[in-house]
Structure formats: C-alpha cells, structure tokens
Design a protein around this ligand. Structure first.
Ligand code: 3YE
Length: 195
C-alpha cells in the first residue's frame, strides 16, 4: 500500500489516491497513509461474520463518498485479509486488484510463503491479479519469481517476496492507470509490459 502511494506521490503513476480503508483500527498502514496525506477510514469487520455483502456495502459507500466509482475507480487490496463478496466484485468488475505472495495458481489462500517452504518448492514469487468471485483465481496481470533457499523459513521467504511486491504492485497499478491491460477471458494482454 505504501509503495503504491509513494509511487503516486512521486509522480511515477498517474493516479490520485482517494482513500485508504482498513478493517482494523490498529493497522500500521493507516499511519503511513496519513503521513503521505491520503484520507483514511476504518470500517471494522467485527460483527459482520455472516454478512459479507452487508460489510462490503459500507466499503462501497465509503468509496463512493471519496469519488471512487465503478466508472473511474481502482480498488487495490494490500494486506486486506477478507474475501470480497460477489456483489462487490460485480459492481467493480475488473477494477479490483490483489497481490498474492506466490506464483498463482500455486499456493493460493493463507500463508502462501509457508506453503511454498513446506512443499519444498525451489521457486515462488508474487502475483498481481484481478479479483473475481473466487479467491486468488482472477486473471493474472504480472508475476515475479523469487528463488526459495534451502535454509528459508516462511519468514525469510516472506521478507524477500515482500521486497518484490513493493516493485510489482505499483507497476501493475501503472499498467491499469495507463489503460494497458486488455482482458480476454481469463487471460490479460499487457501492452508494453515492464521488462
Ligand atoms: N476476494 C475475492 N477474490 C480474491 N480477497 C482477497 C483476494 C481475493 C479476495 O481473489 N472475491 C481469509 C481470506 C483470504 C479469510 O477467510 N478472512 C475472513 C475475514 C476475517 C476478518 O474480517 O478479519 C473472511 O471472512 O473473509 C484478499 C486476500 C484474502 C485472504
């Protein structure tokens, strides 16, 4: 999240960050966003266990409040550990991105880095993808490979993957913002992809 805001503030991606929303009042990203001069909101998810769309409606109304519409907006999930309801996905179709710390379709879901270490994979990485009605199943926009070392733990691998995430996610947002992502079924076609 900070990497995207910094890239925007530094003029490296043509977006106007409208708001940072967290479901956790203690999220460290809220302070970083404030420091970067971006509006923040906390919409707590406690008490919404059985009402996914009820929770997401509160997010949608905060987005609309801040001018992030299904016509002009982009929603980037970053450390947001909730499944997005089908209603929200449909409303902002192909305008919600997520970053996952593995090379999808390998190691979807929680603790992807721990899954890669435990499996004995020699390579993992990160994936920026469009959010669809499944979890970690949407069309891939960019991926980057990180080698798994023999002595890696979930923590050491997470740290190296995270450094790549900070490069990959702003690049994917830039592709979106400059209209260079075409979607053909479940494949994306990227115009002038980054090297
Ligand atoms: N939603 C959809 N498609 C996607 N969210 C994320 C990726 C992604 C998505 O590709 N439709 C763990 C979620 C997994 C979990 O079960 N969380 C609970 C919430 C607990 C809480 O409120 O703190 C839940 O019920 O959602 C982002 C990554 C999702 C990680």
């Amino acid at each position: 999240m900070s990497a995207i805001l910094k890239a925007a503030r530094g003029g490296r991606i043509p977006i106007n960050p409208a708001v940072v929303i967290s479901n956790r009042p203690d999220a460290l990203g809220l302070a970083s966003a404030k420091r970067l001069g971006v509006e923040t909101r906390v919409i707590e998810s406690r008490g919404f266990a059985g009402d996914r769309w009820g929770y997401d409606q509160r997010i949608v109304s905060a987005l609309k409040d801040c001018g992030v519409t299904p016509e002009n907006g982009l929603v980037c999930l970053a450390g947001f550990m909730r499944i997005i309801s089908p209603q929200f996905v449909r409303m902002y179709r192909n305008r919600i991105l997520n970053i996952h710390p593995a090379l999808l379709p390998a190691f979807p879901g929680l603790d992807a880095q721990g899954q890669a270490v435990k499996y004995g994979a020699k390579c993992s990485g990160c994936t920026v993808h469009l959010v669809d009605e499944g979890v970690d199943t949407g069309p891939v926009i960019l991926q980057d490979v990180v080698r798994v070392r023999d002595d890696d733990t979930a923590e050491s691998l997470s740290e190296r993957i995270l450094r790549r995430e900070h490069i990959l996610y702003p690049r994917a947002v830039n592709l979106f913002a400059t209209g260079r992502i075409k979607i053909e079924g479940r494949r994306t076609i990227i115009e002038d992809p980054p090297a």
